[in-house]
Design a protein around this ligand. Structure first.
Ligand code: F42
Length: 334
């Protein structure tokens, strides 16, 4: 069992870097930094964190090949691997459709784009001169003048059935953006298909629950802290996910409209208990451990604690470090 933490670099640089330094001290194995063009640049943040840490693995969680060409992802990751002394990992995904939309970038053939990007990344990481004629990418006799220090694991962000299967087939790990057992049971079915296709075993990949997590000694505070994040997740969830949790599409639509209009208070007031249960792991450390245990039984091998983490981030990280990680490590050794 491994432990990761996600940070959204939307505040001052020193703040995310400080959280990164604490994460290593608190026993996390991976730091994942989200990648959206409107936030602080993911590779700048990762390099700064690399400079002040020694052990923790670091990567974008997740970058996408529409806005950043695979060659540029390869050189950024190889550079990160060198400045971190061999600790870089790649988190790759199709990209957030809404964010890409602001720039007029269309997410065409996402499955194909991810497959091609992974093939190109691996060729660059091996230090080859790369010639690759794909449907989406065309690379002609290109090389990067330095290699990463080691074989770089590639994790793929996936929720949909086809992307889950593809991630299992070609990835070294999967980052599943969900928090509820229902979603992980669904995911495992499709992961199995991808593993079979590639002749791989479940032990060959790291299956991460990339959760929305909110912990506090006072469960009500943890619940309240989760509400804004749950509003955004509900608004962004595809119909099939809402149906899986019996959340009416109209309720999600109403939150979506309020968020779009910038009426955040109105949007947050419409978040229901069902939505909170569906889209976040929240409560006291003991409550959270129980919920994660269920996910481990289903098959996850990495817990990523993501936004909000808690009402007060540092306090929540300490609670996770003292009461969540040791308990789960003791139960799920190896
Ligand atoms: N996105 C970001 O932009 N930034 C982040 O920091 C970020 C973090 C993140 C962390 C974990 C995670 O799981 C996802 C994260 N994302 C982030 C979102 C990520 O970039 C992707 O948007 C998301 O993971 C993709 O979700 P998905 O698995 O549902 O895949 C989408 C593309 C989908 O529709 N999949 C369908 C499926 O069944 O899996 C398949 C769609 C399909 O069949 N497409 C066809 C094809 O060939 O590709 C044709 C479509 C066409 O173009 O006509």
């Amino acid at each position: 069992m491994r432990f990761g933490i996600e940070f959204v670099p939307d505040t001052a640089f020193w703040q995310t870097v400080g959280h990164g330094i604490l994460s290593e001290k608190y026993g996390f194995d991976f730091i994942w930094i989200t990648d959206h063009f409107n936030n602080r640049n993911v590779y700048v943040i990762l390099s700064l964190i690399a400079n002040y840490t020694d052990r923790v693995y670091l990567g974008p969680g997740v970058t996408n090949p529409y806005l950043t060409h695979p060659a540029f992802i390869a050189s950024s990751i190889a550079s990160l691997d060198r400045v971190s002394g061999g600790r870089a990992v790649v988190g790759l995904g199709a990209g957030d459709r809404v964010t890409l939309g602001y720039l007029g970038v269309e997410r065409k053939k996402p499955l194909r784009a991810i497959r091609e990007c992974v093939e190109i990344l691996r060729a660059f990481f091996r230090g080859e001169r790369v010639s690759y004629q794909g449907e989406i990418f065309n690379v002609q006799s290109a090389s990067i003048s330095y290699k990463p220090l080691r074989k770089i694991p590639i994790y793929i962000g996936a929720q949909g059935p086809k992307m889950l299967a593809l991630a299992a087939e070609i990835g070294d790990g999967i980052l599943i953006n969900a928090s509820h057992p229902i979603d992980f049971r669904f995911a495992m079915e499709h992961i199995k298909k991808g593993l079979e296709r590639a002749g791989k075993r479940k032990e060959d990949i790291d299956i991460a629950a990339y959760t929305s997590f909110s912990v506090d000694e006072n469960p009500e505070k943890a619940r309240k802290a989760a509400i804004p994040v749950v509003a955004f997740i509900t608004a962004g969830s595809p119909k099939i996910v809402l149906e899986r949790h019996d959340i009416p599409e109209e309720a999600a639509e109403s939150i979506r409209e309020a968020l779009k209009a910038g009426k955040f208070k109105e949007a947050f007031s419409q978040v229901t208990d069902d939505m909170i249960e569906a889209f976040t792991i929240y409560g006291t450390p003991e409550d959270c451990v129980k919920k994660v245990e269920e996910l481990v039984d289903i098959g996850i091998t990495q817990l990523v604690v993501g936004s909000p983490i808690g009402k007060r981030k540092r306090k929540a990280m300490k609670l996770i470090s003292e009461h969540v990680i040791p308990k789960l490590k003791e139960e799920f050794r190896g």
